[in-house]
Design a protein around this ligand. Structure first.
Ligand SMILES: C[C@@H](N)C(=O)N[C@H](C)C(=O)O
Ligand SMILES: [Zn+2]
Length: 267
C-alpha cells in the first residue's frame, strides 16, 4: 500500500512509526474536519505524499567500508537520475529489500568514474542515465533466494515475471545467488531524455524477468532496439560488459573486487 514502508522483515520499527503517524494524522483530520455528514478527504490520500517527501529527505550515513574505494554515485554523477527501487516496494518482490536502508546508489570509485564518462557521452546525444540499482548487499541476494522458494508470494508476478515460474528465476539466469552487484562494480540502469527526464522506451521495464529483456530479443520495435544499442554502445566504450539476458545490467570488466561479495548495508 505504501511502498516506502514495505519490508515486513527489516522495517518493523519504521512500519510502527508509519502506523503511528497515520493514526495521528487520522485523529488530526477528524478533529479539524467540520462534521458535514459527507465523507471528508481520506487521510490515506495525503499519507503517501507525506511519506514520500520524507524518503527524499533521508540523509546518508557515510558508513562505507573504510579504504575500499566505495563512493555514493550521485556525488560522482550528480546529473544522472536516481530511482533506487529496492529501497521502495517498486520491485519484483513488492517490498523494501533487506540491506537497503537508504535510497542511495553505491559503487566502487573505478566503476563510478567509468560510469560518469558514459553519462557525459550520453548527454552529448540528448540522454542521461537513470540508476535503478548499484552495489547490492549479499543479504539482499539471500532474500531474493528465500523469496523465490515461496510459491505463495506472487504479488508482483504480473508486472515483473508473468511468464516465468518464480522458482526458476535463478536457474534461468534472471537472478544470481552470487551477484556481480555485491562486488560493487555492477549496475542496473536505463536511459532518460535529457530535456524531460522521461524514461526512454527500451521494450521492457528494468527487472522485467522474461525473454523480451534479452539483448536482441524478438518483438522489439526499431526504436526500442536502437535505444538498447545506444545504451550498450556507450557502456561498452567505457569498459562495461553487458549481460545477455538483461539489457539494463552491466559489470565493469576491470572490476577491483572480482571475487569479493560485500554485505555492508546501503545507508
Ligand atoms: C534482478 C536483476 N536486477 C539482476 O541484477 N539480475 C542479475 C542476474 C543478478 O542477480 O546479478
Ligand atoms: Zn543487475
Amino acid at each position: 500500500m505504501y511502498p516506502f514502508l514495505k519490508n515486513k522483515q527489516a522495517s518493523r520499527p519504521a512500519q510502527k512509526m508509519g502506523l503511528f503517524a497515520l493514526t495521528a494524522l487520522m485523529l488530526i483530520t477528524c478533529v479539524n474536519t467540520p462534521s458535514t455528514g459527507s465523507t471528508a478527504a481520506s487521510p490515506k490520500q495525503t499519507e503517501p505524499a507525506a511519506i514520500s517527501s520524507k524518503a527524499s529527505e533521508i540523509t546518508k550515513k557515510y558508513q562505507l567500508p573504510k579504504g575500499k574505494g566505495f563512493v555514493y554515485l550521485d556525488e560522482v554523477i550528480p546529473s544522472a537520475a536516481y530511482d533506487l527501487r529496492y529501497y521502495t516496494g517498486d520491485n519484483f518482490i513488492g517490498e523494501r529489500i533487506d540491506g537497503y536502508n537508504g535510497p542511495f546508489a553505491i559503487l566502487t570509485l573505478r566503476a563510478a568514474r567509468a560510469l560518469k564518462k558514459v553519462n557525459d557521452d550520453l548527454e552529448t546525444q540528448g540522454y542521461r542515465l537513470k540508476i535503478i540499482d548499484a552495489y547490492r548487499p549479499q543479504k539482499a541476494v539471500d532474500l531474493f533466494a528465500r523469496w523465490s522458494k515461496d510459491p505463495l508470494d506472487t504479488e508482483m508476478k504480473e508486472r515483473f515475471y508473468p511468464d516465468v515460474d518464480k522458482k526458476n528465476l535463478f536457474k534461468q539466469g534472471y537472478l544470481s545467488s552470487k551477484s556481480g552487484h555485491s562486488r560493487g562494480s555492477t549496475v542496473d540502469l536505463t536511459l532518460v531524455y535529457k530535456k524531460t527526464g522521461e524514461e526512454v522506451d527500451m521494450g521492457s521495464r528494468v527487472d522485467f524477468l522474461g525473454s523480451i529483456s534479452a539483448h536482441g530479443a524478438d518483438g522489439l520495435t526499431k526504436a526500442q532496439r536502437t535505444a538498447r544499442y545506444v545504451l550498450k554502445t556507450a557502456m561498452v566504450k567505457q569498459g562495461f560488459k553487458p549481460y545477455s539476458k538483461e539489457w539494463w545490467h552491466y559489470t565493469l570488466k576491470n572490476e577491483p573486487y572480482p571475487s569479493t561479495y560485500f554485505d555492508f548495508d546501503v545507508e
